[in-house]
Design a binder for this molecule. Structure first.
Ligand code: TYD
Length: 252
């Protein structure tokens, strides 16, 4: 019925927002499906383990195909059936991650080739809205290595990316899954970093730039959010948008 995806570089806070929205919808009597990528099915979780294992060398093309394989299974087994059953589906990452990380970060394949692959893999399913949580790579890195931080609540509200200010250290921005939060301080990857998270600053800069290009190319689908805003502010912006999307659907 409605497909919403959450995108951003590691440490941007997108998983927190996906979970907050799931709870919000549930509290209002809906039955949303929340899935994460890579993952969400037995096969996809096994592929995730392979992909994120730090000691495994994976060729960039193989990496792209593995992420896509995990997605194909997830779409076939869960996403498509849920949409057909009239449910709201929340995807913590979807095919834009592959365009940003493998296309942009790994500098692999041209956009047309990638778009063709995505269409096949997702059976043509496109999110109704993609929430892109943008955060400067250096700030995301700090969140990953020193524990997640939530920007000061005094920080300016807004749904676009601009004007850096310093962040506070409120731990409420922590990713509740704890799936990848590093806990070491200082430079360099923390012991909890997975294979992707050990990539350097330039890699994440390319990923962030690729996301920005995607958002520019599809302004109706993407809602760009400044990840330096508070968790609560971001959540309120997202849920207001979801309410209007749902209204559009029912008015149609
Ligand atoms: P994610 O689950 O968001 O990370 P975490 O739970 O550790 O915060 O994503 C796992 C990693 O996989 C992340 O570094 C992004 C990367 N990734 C890709 O490179 N390509 C893809 O297509 C997807 C879905 C994820």
């Amino acid at each position: 019925m409605l497909l919403l995806s959450f995108e951003g570089i590691d440490g941007s806070g997108k998983s927190t927002q996906a979970r907050l929205l799931e709870r919000y919808l549930r509290d209002r009597g809906r039955d949303p499906l929340l899935v994460r990528e890579p993952g969400g099915t037995e096969l996809s979780e096994r592929v995730r383990t392979l992909l994120l294992q730090e000691d495994l060398a994976i060729d960039p093309l193989a990496e792209m195909l593995l992420f896509s394989a995990a997605r194909a299974q997830l779409v076939a087994d869960r996403v498509r059936p849920a949409l057909q059953a009239g449910r709201i589906v929340l995807c913590d990452r979807f095919y834009d991650s592959t365009t940003a990380y493998q296309g942009g970060g790994r500098q692999l394949a041209d956009p047309d080739w990638l778009n063709g692959l995505h269409r096949r893999v997702t059976q043509g399913i496109v999110p109704d809205r993609t929430y892109l949580i943008e955060l400067p790579p250096s700030e995301a890195q700090t969140r990953r290595t020193t524990g997640r931080t939530d920007p000061s609540s005094a920080h300016r509200a807004g749904a676009t990316s601009s004007g850096a200010t310093s962040s506070g250290a409120d731990p409420s921005g922590a990713d509740p899954s704890g799936s990848s939060s590093g806990d070491a301080s200082g430079a360099g990857p923390s012991p909890a970093d997975d294979r992707m998270e050990t990539e350097d600053h330039r890699f994440y800069r390319r990923v962030a730039d690729a996301y920005a290009r995607l958002a520019d190319a599809e302004p109706e689908r993407f809602l760009r959010l400044d990840g330096r805003n508070t968790v609560d502010h971001l959540h309120k912006t997202i849920r207001a948008d979801v309410r209007s999307l749902l209204k559009e659907k029912t008015d149609r």
